[in-house]
Design a protein around this ligand. Structure first.
Ligand code: AMP
Length: 401
């Protein structure tokens, strides 16, 4: 099956060729035909499945012969990074169509966005907060909107964007095509879908679980030895780009510093950084100037670096969804990837859940020659009585094993 079967305009096919897609991915095969027929669609697909082109190509086709200079399609997405990436994908796919798009998000000057909007655009990719600012200021006109896409809806819910989205929806006419993409379907998203979609077609790619091109392994380790283990693993493993996930912003910075001191080309990404620093970290990671990116879950949303060979969970993610999203960064579209997760004794129940969902017993690995018995320093990471208590319980449990 090839892209020819969708009968896209030659100017759009030129973009498909330029970006290098040859065979449609399963979500593209399932979602493109109903979207082209004008149906509302719910796409249950995790990142890394090719969902962006699944909605971008039919949007380009639909707007190709429409009125220029008015916003015909809006894509709402949860983070600046995902917004930029979706914008880039649409710009590349639409490079021969003369359709103009814009990426709209906060943390940067609104005036430049207003200027571009005034010059006339047809496709807006936007984070909810800044889009709402433009709507309230009257600097964007969505009265001619034909297609609305809500991308990564579950993540938007997690990030507290549902009220903003509802405010945006109140500003829009009901007559339009609506597409909603989400990796999972929590109740709030199901209700939103019932409210705003008309007779939708649901397309689902596999079970909602991590991509099968990824191999998963666990590294049991004590908390205070995680950085030493990470450094040793990185020294001994052949990798391309590596994404390391930590649970807190503080730890993200600390681990990145420790890796730099150990001689690695590492950088960090977390939401406290200014937009120029985030962009520098992302650009450096994308070009390969930094081989390792240490990030928190939220900051890493939407990172799309095809060379990512390893995702290392320095800290166990808080939910299976978060695991799926982290792992979605590697093994993208038929490439292989490794997901390595450091686990301490407090992570036992998440490991159980993960094995149940993946339906496999995950391999436990130990790094030959690594000294797992170094004791914790007296100060430093034990910060409060509560932590001290947890620490003692953990040590007792480990020594009983
Ligand atoms: P997405 O799920 O939209 O973030 O896409 C994941 C990755 O797959 C991106 O790097 C896309 O450029 C790539 N991709 C999307 N569709 C295809 C395709 N048909 N063939 C090859 N790569 C693709």
């Amino acid at each position: 099956m090839s892209f020819e079967t969708f009968n896209f305009d030659p100017s759009i096919m030129a973009g498909v060729r330029a970006i290098g897609y040859v065979t449609p991915t399963p979500i593209q095969l399932q979602a493109i035909p109903p979207i082209m027929q004008g149906r509302d669609v719910i796409g249950l697909a995790q990142t890394g499945t090719g969902k962006t082109a699944a909605f971008a190509l039919p949007i380009l086709q639909r707007l190709l012969h429409g009125q220029r200079g008015q916003v015909g399609a809006a894509i709402i997405s949860p983070t600046r990074e995902l917004t930029e990436q979706t914008y880039e994908t649409i710009s590349k796919l639409g490079q021969k169509t003369r359709l103009r798009s814009i990426a709209i998000y906060g943390g940067v000057s609104i005036d430049q966005q207003i200027q571009r909007l005034r010059n006339g655009i047809e496709i807006a990719v936007a984070c909810p907060g800044r889009l709402l600012d433009h709507l309230l200021k009257g600097t964007i006109d969505l009265s001619h909107l034909e297609v609305l896409v809500i991308d990564e809806a579950d993540r938007m819910l997690d990030m507290g964007f549902l009220p903003d989205i509802q405010s945006i929806l109140r500003c829009l006419l009901r007559q339009r095509q609506t597409l909603l993409f989400s990796a999972t379907m929590p109740d709030d998203i199901r209700h939103l879908a019932q409210d705003i979609l008309h007779d939708p077609v649901t397309v689902q790619i596999g079970r909602i679980m991590p991509a099968t091109t990824v191999s998963h392994a666990l590294y049991p380790v004590k908390q205070h030895l995680k950085t030493a283990l990470l450094i040793e693993l990185l020294r001994r493993t052949e990798t391309k780009s590596v994404l390391v996930f930590t649970r807190t912003r503080y730890r993200t910075e600390r681990v990145a510093q420790q890796l730099k001191r150990a001689g690695f080309k590492a950088t960090s990404l977390q939401s406290d950084l200014s937009q120029p620093r985030r962009q520098a970290a992302l650009d450096g990671f994308r070009t390969g100037a930094f081989k390792i990116l240490v990030a928190t879950d939220i900051a890493a949303r939407g990172i799309d670096v095809l060379r990512i060979s390893h995702v290392i969970n320095y800290d166990m993610p808080e939910s299976i969804d978060a695991y799926t999203n982290r792992i979605g960064r590697t093994g993208r579209v038929n490439r292989n990837g490794d997901a390595l997760t450091f686990v301490t004794s407090v992570d036992a129940s998440m490991v159980d859940d993960l094995e149940r969902i993946l339906n496999v017993k995950l391999e436990r690995r130990t790094l030959q020659g690594f000294d797992y018995n170094v004791s914790a320093p007296d100060s430093g990471y034990v910060r409060s009585t509560q932590q001290l208590r947890r620490h003692t319980v953990r040590n007792q449990r480990t020594s009983n094993n």
